[in-house]
Design a protein around this ligand. Structure first.
Ligand code: COA
Length: 712
């Protein structure tokens, strides 16, 4: 049956009217708290309590039935026991309600998935959408709507929060108040049976009030869609993600290296990075980033300077810069020019700029000003260790003034202050004023690092082009190989089939052919090109080398003739009754850097790809990185750079650099195959020999698996 069109999410965030089904006069009930928050929050639209008893609740007329409400009802909060929810949804449908927020617990989270699906299915097929169930509700500053049963006071601002966890979400509301974070929206998605984070992202990215979005996630349901939407959203606004369940996908049965390596949080982490989302390690860090990104300018470039009165803390900050990919300005001549007026002779104008332990607020002031007015410096980290000589009474004023002038010049700055009680008091006061000053150096640098991740994401993806797509030629040939495999009731391709499919995709594999006689052997060897290897082809000879049936590294016609005769002679002598079908002539594989490329159709994220150091130690070294298809060239390059063995591709100890372009090409082609051949579940090229620059790459072995369900 055709679904009616989905209502615009504006009806959820800015409803003209809202019904509370399960509104109660009893203060202990959730339906009471929600109604009270809506009234106290100053909701701009009509509020309709619904309760079978009717009468008046919190000064508003209550309707025994939603059908009796005179005006339109755009959205309804449903807070009645689980067994009454379906009837309430049916009542909403009759009233043409566009969004139902089902607060009630007791559905898929306790295994009642069928009940949940039935309710959502019914609502959707009647043009109504569901938020939840199992949620604490929604806050939307644009409508002054606090339809939650959380804290009553939420300060409006520019940070939107989407949370899958109810309890944590409620706690986050409290945290926003403590941290002075203004909120544009808070949405609890609970079981996300219908409206999910992707829907909400689309709305919030387009909404002008929201400047930054923070998502707390526990699991991903429709990963492929989430990736597409995130890719687009992160170009417009920073998106901070906190995800728990770091090993939740570890249980996936592994049919390949890629499968077993994909069974970790690493895939999620890599894909989020690919999308340009900022993944925080903890809620605390997520809040820090949100606060920082919401209130500070995006830098004009990558050059950061550290100004410190302590060498030790300066080194700590430099370490933190490395961890969070904050680039330190290292033009020493320029640094000397800029900072010599603020640095005593026994200090250092190198980055970290050490104005020494004797620095006063005036010295700091002149160093900060030097950084502020130097056009080569784009951001700063101010460090302070409490000392006896520093005029502590000026500390707060110094930090506030400096922060404001940096803000005005659109240069981001962070501070880390370390010391006793006085410093702690200053830190608390600065936090209240929204100045990014932290006790811990790593916290400070982590916020600046998040800003730089966002900055790089915008810069790098501004001119993003889709990866070259191949023409459709050959796709039908690939399909016919796959159909043949399926006909034979197999879910894997034989070596020759995989070889043929890869060759059609344009991935170079060692050429080989079988010669039935000596003449054919010489012709084939010429065609394949020297050096070649030769192997006897006979079902009766299992151990070919032992039988003298193998010859390696044959350089010319003469060697091929000798080897052919020797193979025939040895094989007949060692296995007298063997039926010999011929001799296989194959291209000799040259040594190269061994890389693995694995692609799989991930159940959550769709087609993903892995690249890493190949060979037999793949699973031990786990030196791999992941991305989701489709991929553009630059992102493939980023992915390759992420592996620790990247240095091997650049060439070590005087070696020639490797043909990284050929590696990128191969990844694109593998992607083409997995995207277009939907029956394929896994492709593993291992090893791919990557040769010197300009000499290409060769897939020595390729395994291709098909979806099991297609085989049955
Ligand atoms: N329409 C409107 N109101 C109805 C109704 C209907 N069809 N049927 C019952 N009600 C009224 C009840 O009469 C009651 O009002 P009253 O106090 O005036 O009698 C009110 O709705 C609530 O019903 P009640 O049976 O008292 O339920 P409850 O308040 O104890 O619990 C929930 C309801 C939804 C709160 C509870 O089932 C629940 O799911 N709690 C967990 C919520 C949660 O944690 N969500 C996730 C957060 S992250």
């Amino acid at each position: 049956m055709k679904q009616p069109p989905s209502p615009d999410l504006r009806y959820l965030f800015e409803p003209r009217s809202l019904a509370v089904i399960g509104a109660s006069a009893d203060e202990r009930k959730i339906g009471h708290s929600i109604l009270k928050n809506i009234i106290d929050g100053g909701f701009k639209g009509e509020i309709y309590p619904v309760n079978p008893r009717g009468g008046s609740i919190l000064g508003l007329q209550a309707y025994p039935d939603i059908g009796e409400i005179p005006g339109v009802v755009d959205a309804a909060s449903i807070a009645v026991p689980a067994d009454l929810v379906f009837d309430a949804v049916k009542d909403c449908v009759r009233k043409d309600v566009k969004f139902g927020m089902i607060i009630t617990s007791g559905f898929s989270e306790i295994g009642k998935t069928a009940e949940e699906r039935e309710i959502v299915g019914y609502a959707n097929s009647n043009g109504m959408r569901i938020l939840g169930p199992n949620i604490f509700g929604l806050y939307s500053s644009v409508a002054s709507l606090n339809a939650t049963f959380g804290p009553g006071r939420i300060s409006p601002g520019n940070v939107a929060i989407i949370t899958q966890s109810g309890a944590l979400g409620l706690a986050m509301i409290g945290k926003t108040a403590v941290e002075n974070i203004g909120v544009s929206a808070i949405v609890s998605i609970g079981n996300k049976a219908d409206v999910d984070e992707s829907d909400l992202l689309q709305y919030l990215v387009a909404q002008t009030r929201t400047q930054i979005i923070m998502m707390y996630m526990e699991g991903v349901k429709k990963g492929e869609r989430l990736i597409k939407i995130l890719m687009d959203s992160t170009k417009k606004k920073p998106i901070v993600i906190i995800k728990s369940g770091r090993s939740e996908r570890g249980a996936i049965a592994a049919a390949s290296h890629t499968g077993s390596l994909a069974g970790s949080d690493k895939v999620f982490d890599n894909l989020m990075r690919q999308c340009g989302a900022l993944r925080a390690e903890s809620i605390e860090e997520g809040f820090n980033w949100c606060k920082y990104l919401a209130n500070n300018p995006v830098p004009g470039g990558e050059e950061t300077v550290i100004i410190t009165n302590g060498g030790g803390i300066g080194v700590l900050a430099a370490d933190a810069c490395e961890k969070y990919s904050v680039k330190l300005f290292d033009d020493n001549m320029r640094l000397r020019e800029t900072f010599s007026i603020a640095t005593p002779d026994f200090g250092s104008t190198r980055n970290p700029v050490d104005i020494t332990g004797q620095a006063t607020s005036r010295d700091y002031d002149s160093a900060f000003n030097a950084a502020l007015y130097d056009p080569h410096i784009n951001s700063a980290i101010g460090l302070y260790c409490e000392t006896a000589v520093f005029d502590a009474a000026n500390l707060e004023h110094l930090v506030v003034e400096t922060y404001e002038s940096f803000l005005e010049s659109r240069k981001p700055i962070v501070f880390s202050l370390f010391g006793g009680e006085g410093t702690e008091v200053t830190l608390r006061s600065l936090a209240k004023q929204g100045v990014p000053a932290y006790g811990d150096v790593y916290e400070a640098v982590s916020s600046l690092g998040a800003m730089y991740s966002y900055y790089r994401n915008i810069i790098e993806r501004a001119g993003e082009m889709p990866a070259d797509s191949m023409d459709m030629k050959g796709l039908s040939d690939m399909q016919s190989i796959i159909s043949n495999v399926l006909k034979n009731d197999r879910n894997f391709l034989l070596a020759q089939e995989a070889h043929d499919l890869m060759s059609i995709a344009g991935i170079r594999m060692p050429q080989s052919a079988t010669a039935r006689n000596l003449d054919e052997a010489t012709v084939l060897a010429e065609r394949i090109g020297y050096p070649v290897v030769m192997k006897v082809v006979s079902r009766d000879i299992i151990h070919k080398s032992d039988a003298g049936g193998v010859a390696l590294d044959l350089e010319n016609r003469g060697e091929v003739i000798d080897a052919y005769q020797a193979i025939m002679r040895n094989s007949r002598a060692n296995v007298p009754n063997a039926v010999i079908e011929g001799v296989e002539i194959a291209e000799m594989i040259k040594e190269g850097t061994e890389i693995i490329i694995g692609a799989r159709r991930d159940r959550t994220f769709g087609p993903i790809v892995m690249v890493g150091l190949g060979g037999i130690y793949v699973e031990v070294l786990k030196d791999v990185s992941f991305r989701a298809f489709p991929l553009e060239r630059q992102e493939i390059m980023n992915m390759i750079k992420e592996i620790r063995s990247y240095a091997l591709l650049l060439g070590v100890r005087g070696e020639e650099p490797r043909d990284i372009d050929a590696l990128i090409e191969t990844i694109i082609k593998v992607g083409y195959v997995i995207i277009n051949c939907r029956e394929i579940s896994d492709i593993e090229v291992n090893p791919l020999m990557v040769y010197e620059q300009g000499r290409g790459a060769m897939a020595v072995d390729a395994r291709i698996l098909l979806e099991k369900s297609e085989v049955r």
